[in-house]
Design a protein around this ligand. Structure first.
Ligand code: PNS
Length: 167
């Protein structure tokens, strides 16, 4: 019998914290793969507000609300993304594009990754228009200043984000 190829995709990012924009990409990308790995990048040089463990927990807490996302795993990684992708048995990277301003950085990253590993391709999802203004940074800013973040992050993590930002 012919062996079935398992299609694995990796959606990498800082997710500091997960936004509704990220969640929308996860939902759409998960339909393209047998398994989608959300790769949470552990960057000691970049100061994140949420710890690695907190970021992973917020994503897992959100995924638990959507049974259809049973094929999504959340894994932390350090070092080069291409090494993580290879180790995961994947050859496709997923990224979201909000606006033209994202394009230059994303193109550079996709080309660099392709240069380092010929077998890895990056596919882009155009962000849903309703999330096009969202970023983890603006959400932290709104929450820190007591603004309403409902509709910006998954409902199930609103309080966690608010509590963290008021610490
Ligand atoms: O959510 P972000 O911060 O835009 O995600 C950026 C990320 C984590 C995908 C990128 O910084 C990355 O891939 N880092 C891993 C280190 C690496 O491979 N660098 C070379 C490609 S930029």
């Amino acid at each position: 019998m012919e062996e079935k190829t398992v299609r694995i995709g990796v959606y990498p990012g800082s997710f500091d914290p997960l936004t509704n924009g990220h969640l929308d990409i996860i939902k759409r990308a998960s339909k393209l793969f047998d398994k989608l790995i959300v790769g949470v990048f552990c960057n000691s040089a970049k100061k994140s507000i949420f710890s690695m463990e907190e970021r992973v927990e917020l994503i897992n807490k959100t995924l638990a609300v959507y049974p259809e996302l049973h094929n999504v795993d959340v894994i932390m990684f350090e070092g080069l993304l291409v090494d993580f992708v290879k180790k995961s048995g994947a050859s496709t990277l997923v990224r979201g594009l909000r606006a033209v301003s994202d394009y230059e950085y994303e193109l550079q990253m996709a080309m660099l990754n392709k240069h380092m590993c010929e077998d890895i391709d990056t596919i882009f999802f155009m962000t849903d228009i309703k999330n096009s203004f969202l970023s983890s940074s603006i959400i932290k800013d709104v929450a820190k200043n007591g603004g309403n973040i409902s509709g910006l992050v998954p409902e199930v993590i609103i309080d966690d984000v608010k509590n963290k930002m008021s610490e």
